[in-house]
Design a binder for this molecule. Structure first.
Ligand SMILES: *[C@@H]1O[C@H](CO)[C@@H](O)[C@H](O)[C@H]1NC(C)=O
Ligand SMILES: *[C@@H]1O[C@H](CO)[C@@H](O)[C@H](O)[C@H]1NC(C)=O
Ligand SMILES: *[C@@H]1O[C@H](CO)[C@@H](O)[C@H](O)[C@H]1NC(C)=O
Ligand SMILES: *[C@@H]1O[C@H](CO)[C@@H](O)[C@H](O)[C@H]1NC(C)=O
Ligand SMILES: *[C@@H]1O[C@H](CO)[C@@H](O)[C@H](O)[C@H]1NC(C)=O
Ligand SMILES: *[C@@H]1O[C@H](CO)[C@@H](O)[C@H](O)[C@H]1NC(C)=O
Ligand SMILES: *[C@@H]1O[C@H](CO)[C@@H](O)[C@H](O)[C@H]1NC(C)=O
Ligand SMILES: *[C@@H]1O[C@H](CO)[C@@H](O)[C@H](O)[C@H]1NC(C)=O
Ligand SMILES: *[C@@H]1O[C@H](CO)[C@@H](O)[C@H](O)[C@H]1NC(C)=O
Ligand SMILES: *[C@@H]1O[C@H](CO)[C@@H](O)[C@H](O)[C@H]1NC(C)=O
Length: 632
């Protein structure tokens, strides 16, 4: 270990008191130039704000103490303004791990309650997967210094930032690396990936029951002594992920300023939010927890939950207010880490799946014309579908921006619902399930960075018959996907629709009176190994579906079938088994247009005859039946 690294590691571990008392010297060149430097000096400037948790716990194996925050065991981050590149400020690096260190338990708080329910985590804990992140506020270009505490220097050439087009300037500084991050009014969410610390996911071979294998932990899941040729690579991810979330400062409407109507929650165990008469629940910097058998059931007076920067709330939020505008804002964290998978609130929060009573991290009961605004929050470790509102969802909207979902290692960890006239933008999604859920009309989803694990497509518009129109999904950067199997009725694809939820394998559940139209998916980049472009089980007619400007770096290995795009033929049993139609109500009768679709450097078109199931485009679309589509 180089001397500078030893010093840094030591100093990070000592208390600030010693530094403040002058017992310990400043320890990095950057700090020598700045009088405010201490082991965790944070920035409280007009153009940079960082924060710190005094009770970070370095622990990659077990649940952390109630009052602690899991801290990266590996990374530390300092941030400087690019205009003052010698004044570095600490930015706390959080960490999340598969199953939150609980093991595969089914009863909250009982580490012996192991059960067989498949949570869709397999080899991840056994190969040491972790995910770290930091969040800061900025109003000008900054330099982010990344240090690693394992004694290995980071060279600039060893760093890959994803999305890869970001093209940040990266330079080495001793054993650390400096990444210059330009100011962006929409914020920037990116992954820092050290190329000497990658895990190559392979599956066990072909077939519907394939699974991930690993060759380093004989006690662990999916262990094989040696990989063989029939175990193809299905994904490559950092073993210790590091995400950076740089956000502009919030506008005044996103920060409460009404002391009379605010409940300032005391850190520690939180109870009683169901009986407050205040309208704002305010989590100041600090650590809060509800335990694995409770969550924030808000009284009907509460319309706004605020998570200050530096607030870390172990819980889940359920609204009951009928106020017209509900809110959840602030740059704090809402973490589901104390819950077991599929925590069922009607069954003592035990792992018993129920679509309605398994715990959603966000839940509400919409009255007609209610809206919900979400901004700034990072949501960690959801135990189930991350968000569902009930009530009059067809006449309510959500406005989601600068939102981050991390630690979604469990399988059923969807993205947010978007009700009619909703938008979702400037989002980072780590998800295990349906991610961009377009189940309603008149919605916009844009500027998202997606890191997707083993289940479901990224866009989902299926599961039941729907009338959908005026949907835009634009500027999506898929930085990782990994799947171990394909399933036609529950496709793995960038854009997909699952077969009927009630009748999974039937082709007789389509509705020839329902229409999906005016749906545009544009400007996607899928880095690394990607699943198929589309996997559609059409339960309704399709018109004016446009897929434009899509780049897939590399499709998954053909032996897995994960790369194969499909559109199946569905019929309507209630109307003489008539097949549903593509393009009957479209101009030129073209229902589906795929335009500027590239796999690697290859432009996939009908004219070039490189689209079909045997060619690079891998579009297994029966053109004799589905004549009404085009690829240009
Ligand atoms: C940050 O600065 C503001 C304005 O000077 C001050 O009110 C606030 O207390 C400071 N916060 C911290 C955590 O030092
Ligand atoms: C870090 O800084 C904060 C306030 O700036 C302080 O409360 C805390 O005790 C410090 N020390 C550690 C080890 O986090
Ligand atoms: C955190 O834990 C890891 C693994 O036990 C150890 O190598 C590292 O030095 C620790 N870091 C700190 C800052 O304590
Ligand atoms: C990346 O940035 C460098 C300078 O930082 C510039 O020279 C180069 O052209 C950029 N590349 C792209 C593809 O934008
Ligand atoms: C499997 O790998 C081990 C260690 O790398 C090697 O010693 C052994 O010969 C391999 N076995 C086979 C059957 O290839
Ligand atoms: C695809 O996987 C097969 C094994 O199933 C392997 O033989 C082949 O080399 C792989 N192809 C690529 C391009 O990786
Ligand atoms: C909901 O909003 C619409 C459009 O503004 C209005 O016509 C309707 O009356 C509202 N419904 C209720 C129950 O407030
Ligand atoms: C389409 O949806 C957007 C986003 O909700 C909305 O602003 C626009 O008015 C809708 N267009 C029509 C024709 O309804
Ligand atoms: C879609 O709208 C049509 C026409 O109003 C209606 O017949 C059909 O039942 C609707 N489909 C669904 C799934 O609501
Ligand atoms: C789809 O868009 C076209 C062109 O703007 C419009 O004429 C048509 O009414 C839209 N379809 C629906 C169902 O709104």
């Amino acid at each position: 270990m180089p001397v500078s690294t030893v010093l840094r590691t030591l100093l990070l571990a000592v208390s600030v008191a010693k530094v403040a008392a002058g017992i310990l010297p400043s320890y990095s060149h950057a700090h020598l130039h700045h009088p405010r430097a201490t082991a965790n000096a944070t920035a409280n400037l007009t153009d940079l704000q960082t924060w710190w948790h005094a009770n970070g716990e370095n622990n990659t194996k077990t649940p952390v103490q109630n009052d602690n925050v899991r801290q990266s065991h590996l990374y530390s981050i300092q941030v400087a303004l690019a205009s003052a590149p010698t004044s570095y400020y600490h930015s706390f690096v959080y960490e999340t791990i598969p199953r939150n260190g609980n093991g595969k338990i089914c009863t909250p708080g009982d580490l012996t309650s192991l059960c067989d329910t498949d949570d869709q985590i397999s080899i991840e804990p056994d190969i040491g997967i972790t995910m770290a992140w930091t969040q800061f506020l900025y109003q000008d270009d900054v330099v982010v210094k990344v240090s690693r505490s394992n004694g290995l220097a980071i060279s600039a050439a060893n760093v890959l930032v994803r999305p890869s087009y970001l093209n940040f300037t990266i330079t080495a500084s001793g054993a650390d690396v400096l990444i210059t991050v330009p100011y962006n009014p929409n914020g920037i969410r990116f992954s820092v990936e050290l190329q000497d610390d990658l895990w190559v996911y392979r599956n066990a071979g072909t077939g519907a029951d394939s699974y991930y294998v690993q060759n380093i932990n004989p006690e662990g899941a999916g262990y094989v002594q040696n990989y063989t040729n029939d175990m193809p690579t299905v994904g490559v991810e950092p073993r210790n992920a590091l995400l950076i979330f740089a956000s502009p400062f919030p506008t005044p409407d996103l920060v409460p300023n009404d002391h009379v109507n605010t409940l300032y929650v005391e850190p520690g165990l939180v109870t009683g939010l169901d009986s407050t008469s205040k309208s704002i629940v305010y989590f100041a910097p600090g650590v809060y927890y509800f335990t694995g058998t409770a969550h924030a059931i808000l009284s009907s007076s509460v319309s706004w939950v605020y998570f200050a920067p530096g607030a870390y709330v172990k819980g889940a939020v359920e609204y009951s207010s009928s106020a017209p505008c509900l809110k959840a804002t602030g740059f704090g964290v809402l973490s589901g880490e104390q819950y077991v998978y599929q925590a069922n609130t009607d069954a003592g929060y035990a792992n018993i799946k129920s679509d309605t009573s398994s715990l959603h991290m966000w839940r509400g009961d919409f009255q007609t014309n209610q809206t919900w605004t979400v901004h700034g929050v990072t949501m960690n470790a959801p135990p189930f579908n991350s968000m569902d509102f009930y009530g009059d969802v067809g006449a309510s909207s959500v406005y989601i921006s600068d939102y981050k979902q991390v630690g979604a290692f469990f399988g059923q960890t969807d993205g947010m619902e978007m009700y009619p006239y909703s938008y979702a933008r400037d989002i980072f999604y780590h998800t295990g399930d349906d991610t961009i859920k377009t189940y309603y009309s008149n919605i916009v989803a844009e500027r998202m960075v997606v890191w997707k694990t083993s289940n479901a497509p990224i866009i989902q518009f299926g599961w039941s018959q729907r009338n959908l129109t005026n949907i835009t999904v634009d500027s999506i950067d898929v930085i990782h996907t990994r799947y171990h199997t394909q399933a036609e009725e529950y496709p793995r694809a960038l854009i997909g629709s699952a077969a009927s939820y009630t009748d999974a394998t039937s082709t007789l559940t389509a509705d020839i009176n329902s229409y999906i139209s005016n749906y545009t998916v544009s400007n996607w980049r899928a880095e690394g190994i990607s699943p198929a472009l589309i996997g559609i089980n059409p339960l309704a007619n399709i018109d004016n579906f446009h897929i434009e400007n899509i780049w897939i770096e590399e499709l998954a290995n053909q032996t897995t079938l994960i790369d194969m795009s499909t559109i199946r033929v569905f019929t309507d049993a209630n109307h003489g088994n008539q097949p549903i139609q593509i393009g009957q109500n479209s101009p030129d009768n073209i229902g589906l247009t795929i335009k500027d679709y590239y796999v690697g450097d290859t432009h996939i078109t009908l004219a070039d005859d490189n689209w079909d199931s045997l060619s690079q485009g891998r579009l297994n679309i029966d053109s004799s039946y589905w004549g009404r589509w085009t690829a240009v």
